[in-house]
Design a protein. Sequence first.
Length: 156
Amino acid sequence: MSDNEYLWLLYALGAFIMFGVTNFLLKLASIKGVPSIEGTAVLWISTGLVGLIAFLLILTSGSINPLVNPSISKLDFKYFTIPVVAGITLAVGMYFLKAAVATGKAGPATAISASNAALVAILTWLILNEKLTLSEVLGMIVYIIAIMFLTLKPLG
C-alpha cells in the first residue's frame, strides 16, 4: 500500500468538516437575520475571493506555463469550460442550500444536499462508465432511506 492510497479519505473528511461548518454558519446567519439572497451573495463573493487567490498563485507559480509544467501542453483548454459550468451549478446550489437551511431544519436540509454523492455515482456510472459494486449500490440505497427517515415527520 502506498502512502497516498487513503489520501482521498483525508480530503473527503476535510470536505465533510468544511461543508458541515459552512452549513452551520449559514443556518446561524439566517437565525441572526441575514436574508437568503444577501447571504448567498456574500458567500459567492467569499468563494470568488478564494478562487481569485488560487488563480493568482497558479499564475505566479508558473504552473500554467508549458515550459514549467509539461502536462499542460497536452491539455485541450476547451475542457476548462467544464469547471466553469461546475462553478455555475455550485453557485446555484449554494443559493438553494442557503434558502433551505434558512427556511427549514438545517440537519435534514443539509442531509438532502449532501446526498448528491448518490447522484455523482449514478452520473459517473452512466456517463463515464465507472463500475459500481453491489455494496456501493446497497450503501446508496441505505443512505437514501436514512435521509428519508431524517426528513420525514416523526412517526407516531
